[in-house]
Write a protein that binds this ligand. Structure first.
Ligand SMILES: [Zn+2]
Length: 163
């Protein structure tokens, strides 16, 4: 399959890689994953999507209801500052991504893969995809995602899997 930075994992033995369950999963969903990458391959794309999801009728200040395009700071990209009252809204507040140090694109991908594989994907596969030894971080992400998906379809909408 085509290499995709977030979805190409390295295995010393190519034959072993081709036989692996993870490889089969990625291959099975190759077309979907290509589309997914086009849509959500960058942090900016994920952030824009999250913004639309949080404020489906356009940005609205939580404090004064101003609908003017908020100020942005290129060093604090999750902050949206109201032009009228100065209130700073944080994009991730009230979401499972709040205070995460991990890229939104990882979260989006995990939500997507958990859903399209019907929760069959193993957490250790995410470690291989991302090349991380930190199982606990992966576990915490998955736990938050599974709980959120059990409650509503909201996060499926976020990644384009529900209307
Ligand atoms: Zn305001």
């Amino acid at each position: 399959m085509e290499k995709w930075s977030e979805l190409s994992y390295k295995d010393d033995n190519e034959e072993k890689q081709k036989k692996s369950e993870l490889f089969k999963i990625l291959l099975e969903h190759e077309e979907d994953l290509k589309e997914f990458k086009k849509r959500f391959g960058t942090e900016d794309a994920c952030r824009n999507q999250l913004r639309e999801w949080r404020w489906p009728n356009g940005f609205t200040c939580d404090r004064c209801d101003s609908r003017k395009e908020p100020y942005r700071n290129k060093n604090r990209k999750n902050i949206y500052q109201c032009r009228d009252c100065g209130y700073q809204a944080t994009l991730t507040v009230g979401t499972i991504f709040h205070k995460t140090r991990l890229p939104l694109s990882r979260w989006f991908l995990m939500i997507y893969l958990i859903k399209i594989t019907d929760k069959k994907i193993r957490l250790s596969y995410f470690q291989r995809i991302w090349g991380t030894n930190n199982y606990k971080a992966v576990w915490i992400m998955a736990d938050k995602i599974k709980k959120a998906l059990a409650e509503s379809d909201d996060y499926l909408k976020l990644v384009g899997l529900a209307d």
